[in-house]
Every structure is written in structure tokens, then in C-alpha cells.
Design a protein around this ligand. Structure first.
Ligand SMILES: Nc1ncnc2c1ncn2[C@@H]1O[C@H](COP(=O)(O)OP(=O)(O)O)[C@@H](O)[C@H]1O
Ligand SMILES: [Mg+2]
Length: 187
């Protein structure tokens, strides 16, 4: 949680969850964090609501553009998220009906969960195997711990693939097989 506070203190952007305040718990050894409440749920759940899990082009552009701009901002601040996935992108408000062709919902999406973030070029203490396997780049799988924007860009590619085609570029129930697929670029 301290890492999360460290990252969020550096970031102020409409596409990133806002940190309001934090303070030590009076009796337990934990840090209490107050942050913006995002009422619309995870992008993962939203994605599942579309027919064949494919977002119509207007909604895709509307959502993906926001994710790109938020990540560009993070990278400009030398913050590498390292755990970009559909579950760590939240909708700011509930969308009653998913939009059809030619329309977009107008919903805002925000990045959360900076708990394993890395500093650009940094290596220390960053969990190399944390994050979700489906979105993990080959170099991270091979144990390279250096934080570079490329790690997040790979995950972005996986998200784009999912939102456009309705499935992940690399998937397998067996994590070992999934790792092999990612390493061999066997889409
Ligand atoms: N600011 C928030 N507003 C609403 N829901 C949130 C918020 N932050 C996290 N959540 C929900 O809690 C889940 C877990 O939080 P997260 O920060 O991703 O921690 P972790 O994945 O490390 O357990 C998120 O995927 C999301 O569903
Ligand atoms: Mg998370």
C-alpha cells in the first residue's frame, strides 16, 4: 500500500484515480488510504457485456484513447504501472446500456492499482512475476526486472486485442502453456 501511495502522490490526472489522503491506522500497522470512488466497475466486466465481447468502433476509440493518454502521462512522470489489465481500469460511473454502432457511452475510465509500479529504469524490489500472466511481456516472463514503458505498452496491446477481437492474444488454462505461447509469440 505504501508503494501505491508513493505512485499516486506523484500523479494528478483525470484518467488516474485520485488520492485524497492517507494516514496510519491508530492501532494496527496499516496505512489507511482515502481515494476517489469509481462507481462503474471494472473495464473487464464492461467488456463482457458487449456482444461477442467486441466493442463497437466509436466506443473502442473513446475508451482506448483515454487509457493511452493516462499511460502517456504516467510514463512522462517516470511511473511504470506494471500491472495494466482490464481489471485495473475502472469506469467512473455505471453505464446502463452499452452503446451500439456509431455511438459512445461518454464514460470516463481511470487507472487504479499502482501497488507494484516501477520507476523508469528502476530495478529495486519490483515484483517481476506479479501482474496478470495474460498481459505479461516476454521480457518480464524471462525475469528481466527493469521497469520500462515497454512493459505497459505490451499490456496495452493485449487490451486492444481483447476489446477489438473479443479475446486475448495469448490464453490458456494452464499457466505453463500460456507462458510458452507468450514466449514463442504463438498467437
Ligand atoms: N477507487 C476505487 N473505486 C471503486 N472500486 C475500486 C477502486 N479501487 C479499486 N477498486 C476495486 O477493487 C479491485 C481491487 O483493487 P486494486 O487496487 O486493483 O487492488 P488489487 O488488485 O491489488 O487487489 C479493483 O479491481 C476494483 O474492482
Ligand atoms: Mg488490481
Amino acid at each position: 500500500m505504501q508503494k501505491e501511495v508513493q505512485a499516486l502522490s506523484k500523479l494528478q490526472h483525470k484518467g488516474i484515480v485520485q488520492l485524497y489522503e492517507y494516514f496510519p491506522h491508530p492501532t494496527k500497522e496499516v496505512l489507511c488510504v482515502v481515494m476517489e470512488y469509481l462507481a462503474g466497475g471494472e473495464l473487464y466486466e464492461y467488456w463482457c457485456r458487449f456482444p461477442d465481447r467486441k466493442l463497437p468502433e466509436a466506443e473502442l476509440k473513446h475508451i482506448f484513447r483515454q487509457i493511452l493518454l493516462s499511460l502517456e502521462y504516467c510514463h512522462g512522470k517516470k511511473v511504470i504501472h506494471r500491472d495494466i489489465k482490464l481489471q485495473n481500469i475502472l469506469l467512473s460511473r455505471q453505464v446502463d446500456e452499452v452503446p451500439k454502432d456509431g455511438m459512445n457511452s461518454g464514460v470516463k475510465v481511470k487507472l487504479v492499482d499502482f501497488g507494484i509500479f516501477g520507476s523508469n529504469g528502476g530495478r529495486v524490489g519490483e515484483k517481476q512475476t506479479a501482474g496478470s500472466l495474460k498481459f505479461m511481456s516476454p521480457e518480464v516472463l524471462l525475469g528481466k526486472t527493469e521497469s520500462t514503458p515497454k512493459i505497459d505498452i505490451w499490456a496495452l496491446g493485449c487490451i486492444l486485442h481483447a476489446l477489438v477481437l473479443g479475446c486475448f492474444p495469448f490464453a490458456d488454462k494452464n499457466p505453463e502453456v500460456l507462458k510458452e505461447k507468450i514466449l514463442k509469440r504463438d498467437i
